[in-house]
Design a protein around this ligand. Structure first.
Ligand SMILES: [Zn+2]
Length: 116
């Protein structure tokens, strides 16, 4: 039986943090700040997409004027319950100011698209 040891779990966590960090660094400062805040409050959420080149955006079927092209959008994945909870927080953010004022909060099924 395969059992993940503490070292293996740490290695997986490190890989997720490293990938999150390299994606976050492509964002505009405002989107970067709020993405960092959001990840600090939701440890089971990870970034799957941030700034895209026009080529990458076309390749993944992104819309022509996607905020990803400007480094103002992130796609977030994680457990469904956590994503739904986060979506509610983001939509309420224009009143609570918790995560800035996102202009787009779109439930894409397997991920949440958020743009500032
Ligand atoms: Zn997106």
């Amino acid at each position: 039986m395969l059992k993940a040891g503490r070292a293996q779990l740490r290695a997986v966590a490190h890989a997720v943090v490293t990938r999150n960090e390299s994606l976050i660094l492509t964002l505009e400062p405002h989107a970067e700040l709020h993405t960092r805040r959001l990840l600090a409050g939701h440890r089971d959420i990870r970034v799957t997409s941030a700034r895209r080149t026009p080529e990458l955006n076309r390749a993944v079927g992104g819309v022509a004027r996607s905020k990803h092209l400007e480094g103002r959008a992130v796609d977030l994945a994680g457990p469904g319950g956590s994503l739904r909870h986060l979506a509610r927080q983001l939509r309420a953010s224009r009143f609570t100011h918790l995560y800035g004022h996102p202009t787009e909060v779109i439930d894409e099924g397997d991920h949440l698209h958020v743009a500032w």
